[in-house]
Design a protein around this ligand. Sequence first.
Ligand SMILES: Nc1ncnc2[nH]cnc12
Ligand SMILES: [Zn+2]
Length: 340
Amino acid sequence: MVHDTFITNIPKAELHLHIEGSLEPELMFRLAKRNRISIPFQSVEDVKKAYNFNNLQDFLDIYYAGASVLQTAEDFHDLATAYFARAAADGVTHTEIFFDPQTHTTRGIPFDVVMEGLLSGIAEAKAQHGISVLLIMCFLRHLDEDSAFATFKSAEKWIPHISGVGLDSSELGHPPSKFARVFAAAGSAGLMRVAHAGEEGPPSYVVEALDLLNINRLDHGNRALEDAALTARLAREAMTLTVCPLSNLKLCVVDNLNNHPVNRMLDAGLRVTINSDDPAYFGGYINDNFRALVAAGKVSREDIITLARNSFLGSFLKDEDLATQIEALNTFVAAHTVSH
Ligand SMILES: Nc1ncnc2[nH]cnc12
Ligand SMILES: [Zn+2]
């Protein structure tokens, strides 16, 4: 396939990855057995057959059920290290992962157990793969503001280990405005802010995320394209969009990758990045997303370089670390440029 090894090896960051969405069926079975949890599937094939979704909610119902096998710090450690190994093999040198504390605390799993497991997984991955990792704690938008504030309170002692807050789960009917106050509190605590908006929700949700949540980065953002003034604003403000092509396909945000808006986004001057969202559920990790776009004729080799560069520019890396990552990318590109 065209650009295959180039995609594999180009240094890149992943900025939209739900760690719970990287739970592969094999690990789900292993953890179910280890923790004596019953899951409504007989086999790995059975699980994979269930991964047919008509919309975001269809997926979320299965995703939350799958997360029930995660019980101990060791489980979160194993989940995280499996993803980091896979990402490193895909040339990911930096990743900013989402985790959903409420998915676990509402089942009686303490916040501290989640953090201890993830942090030990991160330490191991840094040592083994040299990958750098930042953590983004997401609030579930189908739950209320009080629950988000309670989560934020539980996070207090862990704040030095958390880079930002995010907003995910069922978008329709749960506008960003619902979380304006908790995002303001997070901002005051020095945290960065991101939000899913415009995945299924209207362009007005993207405007709310910008104006009421003061986001530093927009997750998905597809439907922003329906509003020309909003698109121009996103380009002018150099807002990074974390776009997830295979997720969009699986959740019927697009009917076909030939109709994916990534090229229109690039043409509009948007700072687009490519990400896998929930790779265990959507049939591919980050490079599978790149490859699918190339196969659909959506992106060129030059675009791949732009997308990789955007992934670092849109990251929350600090100056010196950002410069190091960009330098490694430039070195790679220079070494892989055919001179005429
Ligand atoms: N794509 C997505 N949209 C909203 N919430 C999510 N949680 C996990 N994946 C998600
Ligand atoms: Zn997502």
